[in-house]
Design a protein. Sequence first.
Lengths: 191, 194
Amino acid sequence: MSYYFCIVGTRDQPLFELEFGTSKQGGDGIARFSQEARHMNPFIVHSSLDFVDEMQWTNNQMYLKRVDQFASSHISTFLTPTSTRFMLLHLPHPPNTAPQSTASPNSFPPFTPYTSTPASTTTGSRSSSSSSTSIPNNPTSPQTEEAIRAFFGEVFEVWIKAIMSPFGSVEGKLGSPVFRQRVVAAGKKYL
Amino acid sequence: MSFEAPFPPYNASDPYATFLNSTCMDLLLIEMVPMAYRLNNELTIAGQDGVKPVVDEDEQKEAAFRRLETSGYRVGQGLVERFSRDRPRFTDTLDVIKFLCKDMWALLFRKQIDNLKTNHRGVYVLTDNSFKPFSRMSMSSSSEAVSRAQPYLWFPCGVIRGGLASMGITATVQAETSELPAATFQIKTTNAKA
């Protein structure tokens, strides 16, 4: 599983970005997005902001779970009370492909091609139900959901501390290396 | 990180308990006003190569107001971020104002606001019959006391404005007092939907 994490401010501006890979099941914590996917990720995350805006009125929780899906990328969201959004894009490695077996990251197909149908999900339509595959890091499983909840919870705590700093601004970019380090640690711990 | 009373044992015997001396906090808030004046004075003097400029009183007042209001704004933004956690989402402006009156006020001044009036067109008037920072202020002539107390309302104004801003409401906040220790805050929202 590869992750792209982005904090989006109230004016839809990105405040913080981070790519990382799974550290569970022997993962090395390195994101395996292809070059193309790396460029696409911000767009995918941005496009799902509309869904977040819609969902916030039907769901009273801060953790909105999985809000959107694009090809095989899933997007989970955490909405703070003041409408800052934590967006996490997670891209599972295709079944039967261990992350270690890919020698070069470029040869690894990060997207299932947009035209073909991956497994049994319907491409194009943003289907909310996805087939449960046997990969350990199934993005739709309750375990993944809980892990992401824990991750967001920890990031939220760290984020609060970061924005309470009088030297930064609430709407400003989060450049603090300590903050980045803490988010990386949270990612390593839960995802 | 919440309004609830901390779990027991949360007392002096708990080595991990952290406490805040509320008197120190009050003194800090009181001292902020003279500090804002002092800072402005020093900065204007430093900018003019030792020649003491003639600063008229209004200008001085304005500068102190701006300084206090902006620092209050930042505090308000942070406070809301930290304390509105896990509460139902705000659906309209009145919801936000209620949060301000009940939860924020309790947090800042250890009491709730006494009266809230609105014209349902975006103007809210909050009345606090015994505003905490004014509770220890007294003078022989009440009109002088009122004018001397005015600067102590600027910081809370900023806190309110900052809090509202981070909950998505742009507003102007004005505060006045006609008799200590009461204070009224007038919030005018400038949102399209009022």
